[in-house]
Design a protein around this ligand. Sequence first.
Ligand SMILES: *[C@@H]1O[C@H](CO)[C@@H](O)[C@H](O)[C@H]1NC(C)=O
Ligand SMILES: *[C@@H]1O[C@H](CO)[C@@H](O)[C@H](O)[C@H]1NC(C)=O
Ligand SMILES: *[C@@H]1O[C@H](CO)[C@@H](O)[C@H](O)[C@H]1NC(C)=O
Ligand SMILES: *[C@@H]1O[C@H](CO)[C@@H](O)[C@H](O)[C@H]1NC(C)=O
Ligand SMILES: *[C@@H]1O[C@H](CO)[C@@H](O)[C@H](O)[C@H]1NC(C)=O
Ligand SMILES: [Cu+2]
Length: 368
Amino acid sequence: MRLSFSSFGALLSLATTLVSASVEPSHLPAGAPKVCHPHLMKVRREWGDLSRRERRKYIDAVLCLQHRPSQLDHALYNTTTRYEDFVVAHINATRHVHRNGVFLSWHRGYIALFERSLLSECGYDGALPYWGWVKHAKNLEASPLFDGSDYSFSGNGVPTPPESKPPCVIVGRPCPLGTGGGCVPTGPFKDYQIGYAPINMSVILDPNPGIPANAFAYNRTCFPRDLNQAIATQYQTRANERRLMSTETIAAFQDVLDSRVGLAGLHPAAHVLTGPVNGNFFASPQEPTFFLHHAAVDRAWARWQARDRRGRVYGDNALFGTVTTMNIPPSANATLDTLLSWGPLGDPRPIVDVIALGRGSYCYRYDY
Ligand SMILES: *[C@@H]1O[C@H](CO)[C@@H](O)[C@H](O)[C@H]1NC(C)=O
Ligand SMILES: *[C@@H]1O[C@H](CO)[C@@H](O)[C@H](O)[C@H]1NC(C)=O
Ligand SMILES: *[C@@H]1O[C@H](CO)[C@@H](O)[C@H](O)[C@H]1NC(C)=O
Ligand SMILES: *[C@@H]1O[C@H](CO)[C@@H](O)[C@H](O)[C@H]1NC(C)=O
Ligand SMILES: *[C@@H]1O[C@H](CO)[C@@H](O)[C@H](O)[C@H]1NC(C)=O
Ligand SMILES: [Cu+2]
């Protein structure tokens, strides 16, 4: 049975049903994990809503992962730190987990594994925060993300001459250049170094699905950032958010999140506006705000799912797309049984384990 919840009345009766239900609803597929105990539910909050003390605890935990040793084979991936284990797992998976039917669920699992490592390896006791895209878009350099204080992710990189920069491109369209470009000079991440160079996006078009040659080539540099206020102003808007949340199908949701007819969505916007590190399809998690950005993506998806739990979580409007990036090479459609793999970061899981918040291992919700 497919219900339509297009009227307020229908929504109200749905809410009543959910509250009074003491048994699992009958539309659950076999293998759906159990609802989390309320005491285990964590609440992911917006970065700017955290106290300075809470922000600093999160930053210290990330710095901790950047100082702990890698658990992977250095000879295979060149990893030196635990943080880099997450970076290479993303590089390794990139050709399978973007612009397709597993993008949302794979990244939900990926950031949850990162959150778990912060807790179990670095003593963090909070939840992964998320980036309030629109809230901070007016003035990135004054925002609690990038104000350069001890409670931020450091600020902009030192300005570099425009002629030394690659052109700014966002989903195929030119954009004004950012105002930084060099390494972050101050703040918590001033001594952070990255090792993995951007990988040319055009390798995605190679029908050979292997990871690109030199994907794990390693050369340490300081950590650059190139904040781009023009992209924030143009794309991190209420209108873009409304357009996303008002989509009716998962195909349209994914489309608008990334881009539709050349209009960049909220997903590429935050990647590109922090500079070429985060703008790269492969090595983007080297930018520490990657994880807050993807928590925001996850929150948008969860909110969208919550508008029709029957259809959008386990139903016929839950998944769209295949299991290769941009379907190159062509591959099978993702289904609830599709196995997601995060390499050595965690055990593989079928999508059915990941797709519903508040069930199984995904015992968290967003604050609003
Ligand atoms: C990379 O992918 C391969 C094949 O799926 C997998 O065996 C390996 O564990 C992955 N490595 C990392 C670091 O994710
Ligand atoms: C990426 O690769 C394409 C095709 O090989 C090439 O035309 C382009 O110049 C490359 N871009 C960069 C930034 O190296
Ligand atoms: C490690 O980095 C070096 C230097 O960039 C590179 O030559 C080598 O191929 C890399 N190793 C792997 C396994 O990618
Ligand atoms: C490593 O990076 C430095 C700049 O930080 C550059 O001068 C050097 O050529 C690079 N080495 C390799 C092997 O790419
Ligand atoms: C994959 O999904 C598309 C869109 O829903 C559908 O047209 C196509 O038939 C599906 N392919 C397979 C093999 O089920
Ligand atoms: Cu990704």
